[in-house]
Ligand binder design. Structure first.
Ligand SMILES: Cc1cc2nc3c(=O)[nH]c(=O)nc-3n(C[C@H](O)[C@H](O)[C@H](O)COP(=O)(O)O)c2cc1C
Length: 382
């Protein structure tokens, strides 16, 4: 896996110069490589730069996407995101447990059979916002929002098993969703489930949902697989139109004063982008699916780093929650400004610092690890 160091930047800048000399679109007027990643002042005159992007077959006006989160829970919120300048919006998730709960309730009303409620469902926080249920509310929101915004609206389904609940994907598409983001969040808590069966489950869910819709399907994943690369390749082969790296786990903490377990939720910070960025740089050019980066974006620089690693789109929730939906416009202007200052197009920038396709990614990662460790030892030697 690759990280960004001055040598890599220098090599990339040199490569872009060479391409330019050979008549490609790359620039021959790059700034010195060491200053590639610097603060940028957004500027109005940069707006002409073409940021149009393809993401899982959808045409986007720019590569900044609002990831699934709290800002898309209302029509006004969705409109604000669109007006704020993002290239696409992923709605908050509809959960498998909610869908199954509603189906079970409908069945119970028909059947009056109280046993049909699985006990586990009672653990799940389900508060329908109106009489018609959460699925109805979600579908209604898509129907209202999709026609009145300028950008694709992607619905989000969050589940962990293959089952009838995934029929909802078709309803989401019929309601006007331009695509489905499938957040598969499965944490086997027992001590017997094998890694392969976990992986198979992911592939089955994706295959199932793909068979039910004609709109593109993205898969939002966790990094916790023995061999994430193979998992990504299997999902790619199963027809995933995009891979969204990575799901952010909400891991509980312990309150030492109260001696209790607390949910411990915090918004992300840019350091957390290193893992998804590394995997994006490894997958770039090796899978057909689009690559979406999620986690750790606060500034334009965080977006540019993801693009250099090879992301087709870069998602954020934290930055928009912290600064409001209009901050998207500033981030996009910042990207334009950065590209203009380097005289690079978006296409030239994307993947510039990815693991070269002809390199052995495992050796690449290993040598990066070893040389990184050597550098650290020299730095910290007494
Ligand atoms: C308040 C909040 C609500 C979220 N809700 C969802 C959700 O419904 N579905 C989902 O897939 N991700 C959800 N996420 C995760 C985000 O989509 C994103 O993957 C994560 O926050 C990391 O990106 P960030 O660093 O830009 O925040 C939520 C995040 C936050 C902060």
């Amino acid at each position: 896996m690759v990280e960004f160091d001055p040598e890599a930047l220098q090599a990339a800048a040199e490569s872009a110069r060479q391409k330019s000399a050979m008549g490609s679109n790359a620039t021959d007027q790059l700034a010195p490589a060491g200053s590639l990643l610097v603060e940028d002042e957004p500027s109005g005159r940069d707006r002409a730069t073409d940021l149009r992007t393809q993401y899982m077959g959808l045409s986007l006006r720019n590569p900044l996407v609002a990831s699934a989160g709290p800002l898309s829970q209302s029509l006004d919120g969705i409109k604000a995101l669109s007006e704020g300048g993002v290239g696409a919006i992923v709605m908050y998730s509809l959960f498998e447990e909610q869908i199954r709960h509603e189906s079970a309730r409908e069945a119970e009303l028909l059947d009056q059979s109280t046993e049909s409620f699985a006990e586990a469902l009672t653990y799940f926080p389900i508060e329908p916002s109106d009489e018609s249920g959460l699925t109805h509310t979600y579908l209604k929101l898509i129907e209202q929002a999709a026609p009145v915004i300028d950008v694709p609206l992607i619905a989000s389904l969050n589940g962990s098993t293959k089952g009838e609940w995934s029929n909802t994907a078709r309803q989401l598409a019929d309601a006007g969703a331009a695509g489905i983001e499938l957040n598969i969040y499965y944490v086997p808590g027992d001590l017997t489930t094998t890694g392969r069966s976990v992986e198979d489950r992911y592939v089955e869910i994706v295959t199932d949902v793909k068979s039910k819709v004609s709109v593109p399907v993205a898969v939002k994943l966790s990094p916790y697989f023995s061999s994430f690369g193979e998992m990504a390749r299997r999902l790619d082969e199963a027809g995933a139109d995009a891979l969204v790296l990575f799901n952010r786990f909400l891991q509980p903490d312990i309150d030492l004063n109260q001696l209790t377990v607390v949910s411990g939720f915090e918004l992300s910070n840019p350091d957390e982008a290193k893992l998804p960025r590394s995997w994006i740089s490894t997958l770039f050019g090796r899978v057909n699916a689009s690559l979406a980066a999620t986690t750790g974006v606060q500034t334009t620089q965080d977006i540019v780093k993801y693009l250099l690693a090879g992301a087709d789109v870069v998602m954020t929730t934290a930055a928009l929650v912290r600064n409001g939906p209009s901050y998207a416009g500033q981030l996009v202007d910042g990207v334009t400004s950065w590209l203009n200052r380097r005289q690079l197009t978006l296409q030239q920038t994307r993947g510039m610092l990815a693991v070269p396709v002809d390199a052995d990614a495992a050796e690449y990662a290993r040598s990066g690890y070893v040389s990184g460790l050597e550098r650290a030892k020299r730095t910290y030697a007494q």
